[in-house]
Design a protein around this ligand. Structure first.
Ligand code: MG
Length: 344
């Protein structure tokens, strides 16, 4: 993030905000970073024998978050969590994050003296998660925009040729997932109820203390970095990806890339206590890691405090057969991908 004389001149407020971001980002740990914000480029220093993993995620107001539903801290946290989750899925260690923001003027200004602006609170949420995962904010850009937009780029490092891919699942492998499923969709539904109960408001609804933990999987999802790194180091997973769009959709991606089919046992699914089966199957944004492993692999019951659950198995792909079959007490039924629709 740097003032750029070759483009439209920045206002004083914008420059001050860039300076503040630079100062706050400088406190972050410099894991795999040689040079952070301030020069024309950041310099990254992967260790010998590593390759870089890069992912980008766009968050748009009205599509991925709502200014009248989500507190700015939660928007900042979720923006970074989406990128970190992709690194977790490949077993990559976070090296640096790059953030570009397009914001309407009212979000960069404090409404009252002594109070934080929307963007300062957004950074509170983003930088708290960055610190937790030792991910320095190493650059980005800022511009005034009619619509609030946050674009995050995450760079991670993984031993060369050892990243976990979507394409390695083989017939006979077992299918596992970290944590619980459906919690984010259940939390979003509850948040929508809270917001709908006060339709005239323009700022996010107040979250009662007793609902904080129920809404946490939606507002503050925890990317499974430690679990992804553990799986990668132990060379346990034959394939992996993160559950960002819902189990039915993401498992279909894994099946397609691996050229296999999958059977999911409904009774084994680790439903979040507040979630329905439909939310666990199709709800998005759980940010768990879905992975496959050979039957002979010794998969632990938990990794770094997060439960690991076997939910099914991988089978051969047969022409004319559904890619995913759901096994229930009523028998076998095809499971079609019903992905995440966000807010539109
Ligand atoms: Mg992903």
């Amino acid at each position: 993030m740097k003032p750029s004389p070759s483009r439209t001149r920045r206002g004083q407020g914008e420059l001050a905000l860039l300076g503040e971001i630079r100062q706050r980002a400088a406190h972050a740990c410099l894991g795999g970073l040689s040079l952070g914000i301030g020069d024309d480029c950041a310099l990254l220093a992967p260790r010998r024998g590593e390759e870089l993993a890069v992912t980008t995620d766009l968050s748009i107001a009205g599509r991925h978050f709502r200014l009248d539903w989500h507190q700015p801290e939660a928007v900042g946290h979720r923006t970074l969590a989406r990128g970190l989750s992709d690194l977790a899925a490949m077993g990559a260690r976070p090296v640096a994050a790059f953030l570009s923001l397009g914001l309407p003027r009212e979000l960069t200004a404090s409404r009252r003296a002594g109070y934080s602006s929307w963007v300062q609170r957004f950074l509170d949420g983003l930088l708290a998660l960055a610190e937790l995962h030792k991910t320095p904010l190493a650059g980005g850009d800022l511009a005034e925009s009619p619509l609030a937009v946050a674009d995050i780029v995450l760079v991670g490092a993984v031993p060369r040729g050892r990243a976990m891919l979507r394409s390695g699942a083989r017939p006979g492998d077992l299918l596992y997932v970290t944590g619980a499923l459906g919690g984010a969709a259940a939390g979003l539904a509850r948040l929508a109820e809270l917001a709908g109960a006060q339709p005239s408001r323009t700022s996010p609804p107040r979250i009662p203390k007793k609902l904080e933990s129920m809404l946490a999987p939606h507002l503050y999802p925890q990317p499974r970095i430690a679990q992804g790194l553990w799986l990668q180091r132990h060379d346990l997973a034959s394939a992996a990806l993160d559950v960002s769009d819902g189990l039915s959709t993401d498992l279909a991606h894994l099946c397609k890339e691996s050229g296999v089919s999958a059977e999911v046992e409904a009774a084994l699914l680790p439903l979040h206590p507040a979630a329905t089966l439909a939310q666990a199957l199709h709800g998005g944004e759980d940010y768990e890691v879905l992975f496959t492993a050979p039957v002979t692999a010794r998969v632990p019951r938990s990794i770094a405090g997060v439960k690991i659950t076997r939910i099914g198995r991988i089978a051969k792909s047969r022409t004319g057969q559904p890619a995913i079959t759901l096994l229930t007490q009523q028998g076998r039924q095809p499971l079609a991908p019903h992905g995440w629709e966000h807010f539109l």
